[in-house]
Design a protein around this ligand. Structure first.
Ligand code: HEC
Ligand code: HEC
Length: 374
């Protein structure tokens, strides 16, 4: 991370172009508004595999100077003994290429930023350390003893203590949606849709919008467009996400911050074209008790739990059950629906209180599951 925030509210962090499975490791490295949490293209390690190297564990690549000259690109290469992969991490925060040259070159960000939605990005380059602008060249390094080996694990270990994994949540293991599996030719284009969804959303929500519990990202297909639009706006405005205890909503919020309104609309249109099959059942509860509890929900979400636009209440039937349980937990403990602008979420805060205990969240959701059973 750059020491000086410059114009970026959350500071600038080293990053790659692209998203998750379409991350471009051949393009020059950039800096982007810092994102919270663990990101495959934003989690670096220094002095690894060898002293002086800057390593990107997920891709097993090392940062290098494309050349030893002013304005040289900052690129990624296979880690090797190549001289232009070794850096001197200096006391003043500058990062200089180690070489025999009389001139030394320091890792710098560019002079101008570009906004993408709510986030900012700048190019990076190497500049002569003697003429370097301090503000652009002084870095904060990752903690020395932090070790990131692989991201191919269930992020459950990253859960803050106030969040409980729902019972029976499937483990990552199989790695669907982890990129690679899908051929480019399969991209579906719906009317007014786009294939940006595949790169930007599918890595977490799945290619068919089926939701991936391993990413804590719920099913989107089959959800009403007005509800999707409202939630995307909530994430953009950080009405959802951006606060303590909201790690997953915060990841979503950062991600969506890269898009403008026209793109948000096209995501919603595209999701509307995706096939809608009921989400996999992952919880087991007492649906008879759940049915009684659901009496408090029926006025808004409907007998069939298919939602009610006039009451702003989303569809629940056939959606990700583990996600409904976590959202009910969040409404109850104040991590969703407490933002002053979240007046609709606030309604749910009140109704989530009608559920007397933790088991009730599971039971009511088990009942909702029965409504979409084949
Ligand atoms: C890094 C993973 C990740 C990416 C990428 C991502 N999301 Fe999400 N998304 C999540 C998570 C996690 C949640 C649940 C947040 C919570 O628990 O409050 C979520 C929630 C949502 C919701 C709210 C659903 C509901 O029922 O409340 C919508 C809508 C959504 N995402 C759409 C998108 C779209 C569209 C994209 C692509 C531009 C996208 N997401 C990209 C992780 C992601
Ligand atoms: C007064 C109307 C009302 C009642 C009653 C109500 N809800 Fe809701 N519910 C809403 C609204 C409105 C939202 C959307 C909030 C938002 O926009 O963030 C919502 C959202 C939800 C969500 C989050 C869905 C998602 O995709 O993020 C769940 C789960 C939920 N309700 C379950 C229930 C359950 C279970 C009950 C009964 C105990 C219930 N609701 C009672 C209005 C209601």
């Amino acid at each position: 991370m750059l020491q000086d925030l410059i114009d970026a509210e959350k500071g600038y962090c080293l990053d790659l172009e692209g998203y998750a499975s379409i991350t471009d490791t051949s393009a020059p490295v950039i800096v982007h508004s810092c994102k919270e949490g663990f990101w495959k293209d934003g989690t670096w390690r220094v002095n690894y595999p060898q002293e002086g190297q800057i390593y990107l564990p997920e891709y097993e690549l090392c940062v290098a100077a494309a050349a030893l000259k002013e304005d040289a690109d900052v690129v990624l290469q296979d880690c090797s003994d190549a001289p232009m992969q070794r850096f001197d991490f200096r006391e003043d925060g500058t990062v200089a290429v180690i070489s025999d040259s009389t001139e030394t070159f320091c890792l710098s960000v560019g002079d101008t930023s570009r906004a993408t939605g709510r986030n900012l990005r700048r190019p990076t380059r190497f500049v002569n350390c003697d003429n370097a602008v301090e503000q652009y060249t002084q870095w904060i390094l990752p903690a020395k003893d932090t070790v990131y080996t692989s991201f191919d694990f269930t992020p459950i270990s990253l859960l803050p203590t106030d969040e409980q994994a729902p019972t029976g949540r499937p483990r990552a293991g199989g790695g669907q949606g982890r990129g690679g599996g899908a051929a480019a030719g399969e991209v579906r284009r719906g009317p007014g849709g786009n294939n940006l969804y595949v790169g930007a959303c599918a890595p977490c929500h799945g290619r068919s919008g089926e939701g991936l519990a391993s990413e804590f990202a719920p099913k989107l297909s089959g959800q009403e467009d007005w509800y999707l639009t409202r939630q995307l706006t909530n994430f953009v405005k950080e009405v959802r996400g951006g606060r303590e205890g909201e790690r997953w909503a915060t990841q979503m919020s950062f991600h969506i911050g890269d898009f403008g309104q026209a793109q948000l609309d096209s995501f919603v249109d595209y999701i509307g074209t995706l096939e809608d099959t009921p989400a996999e059942v992952t919880i087991a509860g007492d649906s008879t008790r759940g049915q009684q509890l659901y009496a408090a929900c029926v006025a808004c979400h409907g007998d069939d739990a298919m939602g009610n636009a006039a009451l702003n209440s989303p569809r629940l039937a056939g959606m990700s059950d583990w996600y409904m349980v976590t959202q009910l937990q969040k409404f109850r403990d104040g991590t969703r629906g407490d933002h002053p602008e979240d007046t609709l979420g606030a309604q749910m805060v009140a109704f989530s209180q009608t559920l007397p205990d933790e088991q009730a969240l599971i039971d009511v959701t088990a009942y909702i599951n029965t409504l979409s059973a084949p």
